[in-house]
Design a protein around this ligand. Structure first.
Ligand code: FE
Length: 345
């Protein structure tokens, strides 16, 4: 993307994120990745009267290429962590998610925005206050619920006991001290009690496996008992899922992680056909998807910090909170969560 365009969308982003005169914005990157993004955010911070700096970490020496969450690259760098704690806002261009350094920076009151997706996607899914409002309606409903049940025509019927973990919202910007968000994003989630998820989940063709960034081709039947997957059955996709989880040699990789639904009508289910997918934020956000996850729940304050993590957005599901329908057959039924153009339908 042209640098001027990138500059402009970053000005819009930091404006939404409430950056103003007197604030300090830190931009964190690694190696030679996203240096154009770093320039754009530094420009945007200056335009809004904030002071800013760029903290650039050396390239990772880990050549495994594995997508393991929790390793921030900041572990051996306490001076950098201390500096970032003093910023009002941190723009994370390297993906700190789930690391203890990220939690420490947030605890110090620094708000964090992760930005690692391709620039055209950032522009197309530019956050809006209207989308934030709809996401927050969802988060409020989710926070009050004590059970979530998900069903699908393919045979999914799983129940999460809620109330143990907080509800999180992601709407693509953050103007709240200590709060983290990811651009782009539009979904809500929480986690079931550690031993409180039971039932069957049947993945159907077209459901999405992240971080494989692939669409399921053959049905996969997952049996869930007391918060853990006890059986994975099906064809090639089931074998790939099993093989990947097994490779971590960690039984906590079978734990049930966050669960919720997506709200952005601009995000496209077929997004992975348009580019390799990046982190898959478009797939997490598409309107009416029901996404469940496997692996760690430490992001929500839980004890499971396994690096083995899947996010699995599913199409065509129904989701009920305390037996009230929220999503029916992949369509959100609560009017306040629907885009204005779809409220009368
Ligand atoms: Fe996740």
């Amino acid at each position: 993307m042209d640098q001027n365009l990138l500059n402009e969308i970053c000005v819009r982003q930091l404006t939404l994120s409430g950056v103003h005169e007197g604030e300090t914005v830190a931009v964190l990157s690694q190696g030679d990745e996203r240096l154009d993004y770093a320039d754009a955010f530094l420009y945007a911070a200056s335009r809004l009267g904030a002071s800013s700096y760029h903290l650039r970490l050396p390239n990772s020496l880990d050549l495994s290429g594995a997508w393991a969450v929790g390793d921030s690259g900041l572990g051996g760098n306490p001076e950098a962590v201390e500096a970032l704690k003093r910023a009002d806002m941190l723009v994370d261009l390297k993906f700190l998610l789930f690391s203890k350094e990220q939690f420490a920076i947030q605890d110090a009151g620094t708000r964090i925005l992760t930005c690692v997706e391709p620039a055209p996607l950032l522009a197309r899914l530019m956050p809006t206050p209207e989308l934030r409002e709809r996401v927050e309606v969802g988060a409020e409903l989710l926070a009050k619920a004590s059970t979530m049940r998900i069903t699908s025509p393919a045979g999914t019927d799983v129940t999460y006991r809620l109330g143990v973990y907080p509800t999180m919202s992601e709407y693509g910007y953050t103007d709240t001290p200590g709060r983290w968000d990811h651009w782009p994003a539009a979904f809500v989630f929480t986690g079931g009690a550690d031993d409180g998820v039971d039932g069957t989940i049947v993945l159907s063709p077209g459901d999405v496996l992240l971080p494989f960034n692939t669409y399921v081709q053959t049905p996969v039947t997952l049996t869930v008992e007391q918060g853990f997957i006890t059986d994975i059955r099906g064809g090639l996709d089931a074998d790939l899922l099993s093989s990947y989880i097994t490779s971590f040699d960690d039984p906590r990789g079978y734990g049930m992680s966050h669960v919720g639904w997506g709200l952005d009508e601009r995000a496209q289910w077929h997004g992975l056909t348009q580019f390799p997918g990046g982190m898959g934020m478009e797939l997490r956000s598409f309107y009416g998807n029901v996404m469940f996850s496997i692996g760690p729940n430490n992001e929500l304050g839980g004890p499971n910090d396994t690096p083995c993590h899947f996010d699995i957005p599913m199409r065509g599901c129904s989701l009920f909170l305390d037996d009230e329908p929220i999503v029916r057959d992949g369509d959100i039924v609560v009017p306040e969560m629907r885009p204005a153009t779809r409220r009368t339908q």
